[in-house]
Design a protein around this ligand. Structure first.
Ligand code: BTN
Length: 332
């Protein structure tokens, strides 16, 4: 899409974000285009999964309004407070924040950077799944970092990120938020957030980390119905009402701290938090592998982040790429 047309769309969303009706005429005047052009732009916004009412004689409105990401506020917070990140790109739409960072890194390798987007057309989840990403409803971001550590030294990194994020969310919510190994953040078995870590580089000296996180914030049931598991919004769980921009800045700064700690102290410093943050520690779970399934009691994680399971045949270790974990339904 051309830059001018993208800017117009951004301005149009901003005008409608107050949740009030705006006539086609007033929008046309603000944007410097015809009323027909406004109608075409509205259609484009609907492709970003924004619900818009069009009422004859009244104009257009986004029914509940939107709290848009404030790039000035976020940039200010990150630049002044983060240790590892010195650049943040806030986009209205992108294929995937993870893909964006990979491209940006290939063009211009360098310091730590963050990409946040209001919408993703091809958001990626684990195991090749799609990450449903309606405009302005949730939080979608990726953190890119180059580390002077080979891939072999990055064991447990994605678990460290999950533990850091879960601990932080628990500080701000009454309901128990927990981590389903390796990377699902759940509340009462409903998905709250997902983490996708992609690492590239060589095994000895240097690696590029791309840490993508999606957090359900205020998603409508109509959008969430495209997700094949039950889910929950963070906004409904927070103890105090926090603005979408504030929570995003706090989460990004917390991740900056978590990653700094991982770089300085390694995964070992996170391991002791696993029992308190895990969704199923000490409980019977079933692990599904390519070769079938096995049940046992979740017995923690080893120093590389692999899951330990006490089974009838003794302790078994599982690595994240190969398995998925399900709790055993207790019934009743
Ligand atoms: C999961 O499957 O649980 C992981 C989901 C990760 C989704 C986030 S949204 C921001 C970033 N960009 C992507 O395309 N994926 C991650």
């Amino acid at each position: 899409m051309k830059a001018a047309s993208l800017q117009r769309l951004q301005k149009l969303v901003w005008l409608l974000s107050d949740g009030q009706f705006h006539s086609g005429e007033s929008l046309a005047e603000c944007l410097g285009v015809s009323r027909t052009a406004v109608w075409k732009l509205i259609n484009k916004l609907q492709a970003w999964q924004i619900e818009i009412y069009a009422v004859r004689g009244k104009g257009y409105k986004i029914p509940r309004g939107l709290v848009l990401i404030d790039s000035h506020y976020l940039t200010d917070q990150i630049i002044t407070k983060a240790k590892l990140f010195s650049q943040i790109d806030v986009l209205p739409t992108v294929d995937s924040t993870a893909s964006y960072l990979t491209r940006s890194w290939q063009q211009q390798p360098g310091t730590g950077r963050i990409c946040v987007s209001e919408h993703q057309t091809a958001g990626r989840g684990r195991k090749g799944r799609r990450w449903v990403s309606p405009f302005g409803a949730n939080l979608y971001f990726s953190l890119g970092l180059s580390l002077p550590l080979g891939l072999s030294a990055l064991g447990g990194l994605s678990l460290a990120v999950g533990i850091g994020l879960t601990k932080f969310l628990n500080l701000h919510c009454d309901d128990k938020i927990s981590l389903k190994w390796p990377n699902d953040i759940l509340v009462n078995q409903q998905k709250l957030a997902g983490i996708l870590v992609e690492a590239s580089g060589d095994s000895n000296d240097q690696s590029f980390l791309n840490i993508g996180i999606g957090i359900n914030w205020d998603m409508q049931i109509s959008d969430g119905s495209k997700i094949d598991q039950s889910w929950i919004n963070l906004k409904s769980l927070l103890r105090t009402s926090v603005d979408r921009n504030e929570i995003l800045a706090l989460i990004l700064l917390e991740l900056d701290k978590t990653l700094s700690r991982y770089i300085e102290q390694g995964f070992e410093s996170f391991r002791h938090d696993w029992p308190s943050q895990s969704a199923f520690f000490g409980q019977t779970v079933i692990i599904h592998t390519h070769n079938g399934q096995i049940s046992g009691i979740e017995a923690g994680i080893d120093k590389s982040g692999a899951l330990k399971l006490n089974t009838a045949e003794g302790e078994k270790i599982f690595f994240s790429g190969e398995v998925s974990l399900r709790p055993v339904e207790t019934g009743g």
